[in-house]
Design a binder for this molecule. Structure first.
Ligand code: SF4
Length: 338
């Protein structure tokens, strides 16, 4: 088998502030194949967005990618690429869309001019050709009367339409990889379902690799082939979507699943993970999840577990001492739900 489309190896992205080093992403590895959807899930503050921005080398100082981290796009090492090379990668080979389209759309440019500009910059398309392609992209995104809508401004579009326009801009140059960072979080559930369907259809049709980031396991379950669960800047579990949703092995993944509504489960069975993610300035000693983990014992407070396994990997001492998995998140109820 050839090289994966995208490979991230031991990515560490730290912010060197006057108050100390903030280890936002701390040794994350994953890969993505063409046509595959990789879901990255975790609460806010787990490092998901910083990891994605790092792939595109878009971290602002004092953030930086630490030496030894590797980001490979096929056989090209992006961590070693010049800024000029990265400008040709962004929006062309790798595109990114965000939760709030207005962070990408310019309010004083028409939608058509913004899509066309991407094509002019990366493909040197002539104005008429760029406009024709921009209209085609809007049509592909399910926007009616695309020729007329090209001349409208972002404020004339609804939230769901803006997200479609941003997708049109991101996909105009046929990127090999699309990174979608919480793209449906700000939308109501009906529009969210439409955008997820659209993304899944486009991906199948265009064969691109999709990295889909969300705090919402329900959304990840709908779209991902494989999943990595991040906590406190690290991967704590990875596997196929089926493995993660049917048989989560890390207590954090279990907790996230228990907090996610599912059809057929009574609302009162939902639970929350107590506490919140610690500050990346001072991750807890030992296992970073131990202050919130119902199974934690002395070893968890003292030793950081290693990520064991490859395609199916778990970072937890319970893998070595399974007999300690007792009680916990009211384990009986979770087992019944599976
Ligand atoms: Fe919980 Fe210990 Fe596993 Fe960490 S290593 S998740 S504290 S059981």
């Amino acid at each position: 088998m050839g090289a994966p489309l995208l490979r991230v190896e031991d990515l560490r992205a730290y912010f060197h502030t006057a108050d100390g080093v903030v280890r936002a992403v701390d040794g994350v590895s994953f890969s993505l194949e063409p046509g595959e959807t990789l879901g990255i899930v975790g609460e806010s503050g787990c490092g998901k967005t910083v990891a994605c921005l790092s792939i595109l080398r878009l971290l602002d100082p004092p953030g930086r990618i630490e030496p030894g981290s590797r980001i490979m796009l096929r056989d090209r090492e992006l961590t070693a690429a010049s800024e000029e090379e990265m400008r040709s990668v962004r929006g062309n080979e790798i595109s990114m869309i965000f939760q709030e389209p207005m962070t990408s759309l310019n309010p004083v440019w028409t939608i058509g001019d913004q899509i066309a500009e991407t094509l002019r910059r990366h493909r040197r398309a002539r104005p008429a050709e760029a406009r024709r392609r921009a209209a085609e992209m809007l049509r592909l995104m399910g926007i009616g009367f695309p020729e007329q809508r090209l001349d409208e401004y972002p404020h004339q579009f609804s939230g769901g339409m803006r997200q479609r326009a941003m997708l049109a801009m991101a996909l105009a140059c046929d990127p090999s990889v699309l990174i979608a960072d919480e793209p449906t979080t700000a939308l109501d559930v009906t529009i969210q379902a439409e955008i997820l369907d659209l993304l899944a259809g486009l991906q199948e049709r265009l064969g691109m690799g999709l990295v889909f980031v969300s705090h919402d396991l329900g959304v990840i379950a709908q779209i991902a082939d494989r999943v990595i669960v991040m906590y406190a800047g690290q991967v704590v579990e990875s596997g196929t979507a089926d493995e993660i949703f049917r048989r989560p092995r890390h207590p954090y993944s279990e907790g996230l699943l228990r907090a996610t509504p599912r059809v057929g489960r009574k609302m009162q069975q939902l639970s929350v993970i107590p506490g919140s993610v610690a500050s990346p300035k001072l991750w807890p000693s030992g296992c970073r999840f131990h202050p919130r983990c119902p199974y934690a014992w002395d070893r968890c407070r003292e030793e950081l577990p290693v990520l064991r396994g490859e395609a199916r990997a778990v970072r937890c001492w319970l893998e070595e001492e399974p007999a300690r998995r007792t009680g916990g998140w009211d384990g009986a109820a979770l087992a019944e739900d599976r």
